[in-house]
Design a protein around this ligand. Structure first.
Ligand SMILES: *Cc1c(COP(=O)(O)O)cnc(C)c1O
Length: 352
């Protein structure tokens, strides 16, 4: 059996609804570079979804979507404030700095992957002189890299914080649907009504083959963004294939269904993991990730048995991810094997 299933949500394949939508778009000749009816429909579907007249673009991946969106919010002498575990800082190979021509990323700490508002204020206010890169943007991740969520109240507080310090607010929503699924509020509440200026909305981890939407709630900020995408090599010529899955998945409600399923699986997986007394949960399971602390020996034994999961995110904890493709059977199989391996280890240590 496949023991890769919990490594990352981007280990999953393309969900049937996304595949179906691409098949539907796959007939005849269609105008290129986004001048097609699928792209127009996808933008409209996203406007409906967010209940506002937002400006929408599609990029191939999250790194490009994030860094181009952030670059459009600042000049090279500005700075972007984000959490020290933010994907834009730790997993994008300096793309933000590159595409913004050197805008500095300033890091703040915070519990559970969420920025500490006091640290943001300190970062903005500690210097106001010309020698310091002027803070211009606050970037947050929802759901966070640690599988936690900003509640609506926390989000509104972040929005007010950004406003107070005259910072634009960017949201990395690679797992935005997972946040929405748990919080069960209209998408508008989690974004522009809370003060988010730009959202990068992830499709890939939710079940698409490829593609993230960049959603500008403040249309002025989107000025010439199309040129930025083109220059960065992010303007798809056969755009219909990036756009069509958004149409299909928004029309059928698949984005939310997939996220609900993945989140529910994460809860089940956490239950399985926590049956082993040596395993401790390190962050509340609020989206599709489970972060646990477990003995090094158990990590090794699971890996030897072929189970693949990440241990480099956070601080040496084990991360297990669920996706639209995770099945309850897989979780039960894993649970049974985990129990067997843990029991073998503890009887071995008893014999020492
Ligand atoms: C996966 C992910 C992205 C996008 O990464 P790409 O590999 O560039 O598509 C962005 N932000 C977060 C928090 C992610 O987990």
């Amino acid at each position: 059996m496949d023991r890769n299933m919990f490594a990352s949500d981007n280990y999953s394949g393309i969900c049937p609804e996304a595949w179906q939508a691409m098949t539907e778009a796959n007939s005849g000749y269609v105008n290129s570079y986004g001048d097609d009816r699928w792209t127009a429909k996808a933008c409209d579907a996203l406007r409906d979804f967010f209940a506002t007249d937002c400006q929408v673009f599609f990029a191939f991946n999250g790194t490009a979507a994030n860094s181009l969106a952030l670059a459009s919010l600042c000049r090279s002498y500005h700075s972007i404030i984000c959490h020290d575990m933010a994907h834009v800082e730790t997993d994008e190979c300096g793309a933000v700095e590159f595409f913004s021509n050197g805008t500095k990323v300033l890091l703040v700490p915070g519990e559970g992957g969420k920025i500490d508002p006091a640290a943001v204020t300190h970062t903005v206010e500690r210097r106001t002189d010309i020698h310091y890169p002027k803070p211009k943007v606050l970037s947050i991740t929802q759901a966070t890299e640690l599988g936690t969520l900003y509640s609506i109240d926390e989000l509104q507080a972040v929005g007010e914080l950004a406003k107070r310090h005259q910072l634009k607010l960017h949201m990395d929503g690679a797992r935005f649907a997972n946040a929405l699924a748990t919080l069960d509020v209209p998408a508008a509440e989690l974004t522009w009504r809370a003060g988010v200026d730009v959202l990068t909305f992830g499709g890939t981890k939710n079940g698409m083959a490829v593609g993230e939407a960049v959603v500008f709630f403040d249309r002025q900020l989107a000025e010439e963004f199309d040129y930025r995408c083109k220059q960065a090599g992010q303007l798809a010529s056969k755009m219909r294939y990036l756009a069509a899955p958004w149409v299909g998945m928004l029309e059928r409600g698949t984005l939310l269904d997939n996220a609900l399923h993945a989140n529910r699986c994460a809860k089940l997986l956490a239950e399985q993991l926590l049956q082993i007394p040596e395993i401790k949960l390190v962050h509340p399971v609020q989206a599709n990730a489970v972060f646990v602390q477990m003995p090094e020996k158990l990590i090794e034994a699971l890996q030897t048995a072929g189970w693949h999961f990440y241990t480099f995110i956070g601080s040496g904890h084990a991360r297990f991810m669920c996706s639209w493709q995770t099945s309850e059977d897989d979780i039960r199989t894993f649970g049974t094997e985990l129990e067997r391996i843990a029991a073998a280890l503890s009887s071995a240590s008893g014999e020492e």
